[in-house]
Write a protein that binds this ligand. Structure first.
Ligand SMILES: C[S@@+](CC[C@H](N)C(=O)[O-])C[C@H]1O[C@@H](n2cnc3c(N)ncnc32)[C@H](O)[C@@H]1O
Ligand code: SF4
Ligand code: SF4
Length: 352
C-alpha cells in the first residue's frame, strides 16, 4: 500500500532475490503480527476495529507460534496493531522475538515511550521503527489523531530514536486534512531523522467493512495539487535528474495477486487468525485450532490465493500504466469484494 520510497537503504538486488526465491518455494519469509487492536489514539482514517472482541494471544501461545515460524523459514516479523506498546507483556514479547533470532520491525505511534524504553531499544536493536506522523505541527497532527499532545510525544520519539542510531521511517497518509502540509512535513522529517519518509494517499476501508473514512480521501483536484507540489519539491531538491515516469503501453499479464501475499507473506491477528495479508481479510484458519504450518500449506484460502496468480486481470494487463501502478489486491477486495479487479484509487492516481 505504500506508494513512495526515497533513498531506500535496502540492497534491492539481494532482497529481491531472496523474496522471489521465498515466493517460489512458499516460504513464509515475512509475517505481520498484529499484537493488539487496542489503541490510545483514534486517527480519523484508521482501519482498525478497536473494539473487536477476541482474546489476544498469550505470550506462551506466541512462543509456540514463533518456534513454528522459525522452523518454516520466517526471518522478519513486522509488529503492529493497534498500538503494541499498550500490551502489558510487550517487553517480554520483544525480548522473546530477539532471543529466537528474528529480525523485528516495529510499527508504533511512538507516544508511549519514555527514557527507559529508549534504553531498552538500545539493547533490543530492532531492524527498524516505522512511526506515523500526520503533520509538521500539533494543529495538523493532533487533529487527525484526536489526541492533544500526541505530536510532541511522537516527534520526540522519532528524534530520540534517531539520535541513538536506530533506523526510523516516518510514515504518513495524505488526506484532506494534511495534504497541504507536504513541504513542511518533508522538512520536518529531514530535521528529525536521516531515514526514509514513506507515504500513501490510498485510504483503505475499515476492517469492519465500512468505508466511513472515504470522506478523507483526496479529490482529483487535491491529488493533482499534491502531485504538482511534490514534483516542484523534488525538482528543487534533485534538479533535472528528477524525472517523471512516462509510462508506455506494456502488454504483460498482470496477475490478480501481484505481491507476496500467501506466497512468502501472511498476517496474523491479535487473536490468532491467519490471513494472506492484513489487507486481505479472508480467514485461512486460527492458530488456536490448528498449526500455522497446516494453515499455510493446506488451507483453502491460501491455495485459492495461490491459484489466482494464474488468473490475470484483463483491464490491468492492457493498461498503459501497469508498469508503475502499485494496485493492492487487498484494497480491491475490501472495496468491491473481488481480488481480481482494478481499483479506482490506484487508477486515478497514476493517470493524474
Ligand atoms: C494501523 S497503524 C498501527 C501501528 C501504529 N499504531 C501506527 O499508527 O503507526 C499502521 C499504519 O497504518 C496506517 N493506516 C491506518 N488506517 C489506514 C487506512 N485506512 N488506509 C491507509 N493506511 C492506514 C496508519 O497511518 C499507520 O501508518
Ligand atoms: S495510532 Fe495507529 S492504530 Fe492507533 S488509531 Fe492511529 S493509525 Fe490506528
Ligand atoms: S492503473 Fe488501474 S487498470 Fe491500470 S494497472 Fe493500475 S489498477 Fe489496473
Amino acid at each position: 500500500m505504500v506508494e513512495s520510497r526515497l533513498n531506500e537503504k535496502e540492497d534491492y538486488s539481494v532482497w529481491q532475490e531472496l523474496r522471489s526465491k521465498a515466493k517460489e518455494e512458499l516460504i513464509p519469509m515475512i509475517i505481520t503480527l498484529e499484537l493488539t487492536y487496542r489503541c490510545n489514539l483514534r486517527c480519523k482514517h484508521c482501519y482498525v476495529e478497536f473494539d473487536k472482541g477476541g482474546e489476544e494471544l498469550t505470550i506462551s501461545e506466541l512462543d509456540g507460534l514463533l518456534d513454528e515460524l522459525k522452523e518454516m523459514g520466517t526471518f522478519l516479523l513486522i509488529l503492529t496493531g493497534g498500538e503494541i506498546f499498550l500490551r502489558e507483556d510487550i517487553k517480554d514479547i520483544l525480548i522473546m522475538i530477539k532471543q529466537k533470532g528474528f529480525a523485528q520491525r516495529i510499527f508504533s505511534n511512538g507516544t508511549l515511550f519514555d527514557n527507559s524504553w529508549y534504553d531498552f531499544f538500545d539493547d533490543l536493536q530492532p531492524e527498524r521503527f516505522e512511526i506515523s506522523m500526520y503533520g509538521s505541527n500539533p494543529e495538523v497532527h493532533d487533529s487527525i489523531t484526536g489526541k492533544a499532545g500526541s505530536f510532541e510525544r511522537t516527534a520526540n520519539a522519532v528524534r530520540e530514536l534517531s539520535s541513538r542510531g536506530h533506523e526510523v521511517v516516518v510514515k504518513t497518509v495524505w488526506m484532506k486534512d494534511n495534504y497541504r502540509d507536504f513541504v513542511n512535513w518533508m522538512n520536518m522529517v529531514e530535521e528529525l531523522t536521516e531515514a526514509v519518509p514513506l507515504w500513501t494517499s490510498i485510504i483503505a476501508p475499515l476492517d469492519n467493512g465500512s468505508f466511513s473514512n472515504r470522506k478523507y480521501i483526496l479529490t482529483n483536484e487535491q491529488i493533482k495539487e499534491l502531485r504538482d507540489t511534490q514534483l516542484e519539491y523534488f525538482k528543487n531538491k534533485y534538479g533535472e535528474e528528477y524525472k517523471i515516469d512516462d509510462s508506455t503501453p506494456c502488454d504483460i499479464q498482470i496477475p490478480s495477486i501481484p505481491c507476496s501475499a500467501g506466497f512468502s507473506y501472511a498476517g496474523i491477528s491479535p487473536d490468532g487468525c491467519v490471513y494472506p495479508c492484513i489487507q486481505i481479510r479472508l480467514k485461512a484458519g486460527n492458530i488456536r485450532e490448528e498449526s500455522f504450518r497446516k494453515i499455510w500449506n493446506d488451507s483453502k484460502i491460501m491455495n485459492f490465493i495461490r491459484d489466482l496468480s494464474n488468473n490475470p486481470i484483463d483491464e490491468c494487463s492492457k493498461c498503459m500504466y501497469n508498469k508503475k501502478c502499485m494496485r493492492c489486491p487487498g484494497i480491491s477486495w475490501l472495496e468491491s469484494g473481488s481480488l481480481s479487479v482494478a481499483n479506482w484509487q490506484f487508477c486515478r492516481q497514476v493517470r493524474i
